[in-house]
Design a protein around this ligand. Structure first.
Ligand code: SAH
Ligand code: SF4
Length: 386
């Protein structure tokens, strides 16, 4: 199923969007228009518990107050440029932001729960060789409103408002595994996740949030100390040579430093393990020797592995390891006492699987360029015709 929406041009609006403001910032914004802090609490409840999309919906505020709020503020979500649903139920949204930039959000449903995979940047500064997003240059960081807004739009899509109890949530987890490197946009990611975690709103616990990083060592500790979320590391190789070849960031933060950051990660324990993601690349990182080296590397770190069959994308130089190789790799780790499930690829038919996300900002600009060229050619012809 593939639905194309017309996003509509965002109005030129100078009013402040209340979505994405930290609680302190929301309280301060309302104070500025003469509203006491208890009003901020009420508005917060409407925004994040009830999912209100307008002030008109906030029925326990007086009409005068609603009008006043409307004069100064908006409640604005990202627009949906495109929504696709895979044959396996995975849903992908191409979100459009006020400046026309786009990023993708994916919902991966399970039987009675599911994870929303959220983007943190448009594009990525890093250039991991196996990653589709990595072929798109960084356009910009997403704002807190755009990050929390992705989750809110996903919940709108499933009608999951007001916030249900934990047992009844379909959108039960967040994985920061979409486009971009969340630790290169930590402040905005942190503001957004604190909003998501606040228990009088969306109320998603820190244990239901997983932040995935390619290994930005200096920021890893902050993620643990300030947010306390689960940590996933895109490891993908057990030695510096292989890792630097497929993930250039490894030259800056080599494995020794990365493993130390994992050892120091606040809250890591056997009950709360660090996940090492490992994409299976044929002939690159998939031998039994690699598996053995991996076990040695992570010694002493409470961890589990997540083996990701490589998801191909147009123009990629890599292939996925054979199914038997992936199975054998998993078995080798398992026999040594590691949990190493093979991640089932989801949403491959709509390019929603790991590492396949890429918005067409570059393609669009190429098309725009062609359009402009042909317009210029027409203008020339018309001029020549007199
Ligand atoms: N930038 C962060 C967050 C993105 S998470 C990070 O790299 O961790 C996306 C996950 O999918 C990462 O583990 C990434 O390494 C992995 N990935 C990237 N390209 C992939 C591909 N083509 N096939 C399978 N997994 C891929
Ligand atoms: Fe960026 Fe992560 Fe892709 Fe690497 S794997 S290019 S860090 S999004």
């Amino acid at each position: 199923m593939d639905t194309v929406f017309s996003p509509g041009a965002p109005p030129a609006d100078t009013r402040t969007n209340l979505i994405g403001l930290s609680r302190e910032a929301l309280t301060a914004a309302l104070l500025e228009v003469g509203q006491k802090p208890f009003r901020a609490k009420q508005v917060w409840h409407w925004l994040y518990h009830r999912g209100a999309t307008s002030f008109a919906a906030m029925t326990d505020l007086s009409k005068d107050l609603r009008t006043k709020l409307e004069d100064h503020f908006v409640v604005s979500r990202p627009g949906i440029s495109r929504e696709q649903t895979s044959s396996d139920g995975t849903r992908k949204w191409l979100m459009e932001f006020a400046d026309g930039q786009k990023a993708e959000t994916v919902f991966i449903p399970d039987i009675d729960r599911g994870a929303v995979c959220i983007s943190s940047q448009v594009g990525c500064t890093l250039t991991c060789r196996f990653c589709h997003t990595g072929t798109q240059r960084l356009v910009r960081n997403l704002t807190p409103a755009e990050i929390v807004g992705q989750f809110m739009v996903a919940r709108d899509s499933y009608g999951e408002w007001p916030t249900p109890t934990d047992e009844r949530r379909m959108l039960s987890n967040i994985v920061l595994m979409g486009m971009g490197e969340p630790l290169y946009n930590f402040d905005n990611v942190a503001t957004a996740m604190k909003i998501v975690m606040a228990d009088d709103g969306i109320a998603l616990g820190k244990r239901r949030i997983t932040l995935s990083t390619s290994g930005v060592v200096p920021e890893i500790h902050r993620a643990g100390a300030e947010l306390g979320v689960n940590l996933a590391i895109s490891l993908h190789a057990p030695d510096d040579d292989t890792r630097s070849m497929i993930m250039p960031i490894n030259k800056k933060y080599p494995l020794k430093e990365l493993m130390q950051a994992c050892r120091d990660y606040p809250g890591a324990s056997n009950a709360r393990r660090i996940t090492f993601e490992y994409v299976m690349l044929k002939g690159i990182n998939d031998t039994t020797a690699h598996a053995r080296a991996l076990m040695k590397l992570v010694k002493g770190i409470p961890c589990k592995f997540n083996l990701i069959p490589f998801n191909p994308w147009p123009g990629t130089p890599y292939e996925c390891s054979d199914a038997a190789t992936v199975e054998g790799f998993s078995q080798t780790l398992f026999e040594a006492g590691f949990s190493a499930p093979i991640r089932t690829p989801r949403g491959r038919d709509i390019l929603a699987a790991c590492g396949q996300l890429k918005t067409d900002s570059e393609k669009l600009s190429a098309r725009e360029k062609r359009l402009r060229e042909s317009e210029a050619a027409w203008a020339e012809k018309e001029a020549a015709l007199g």
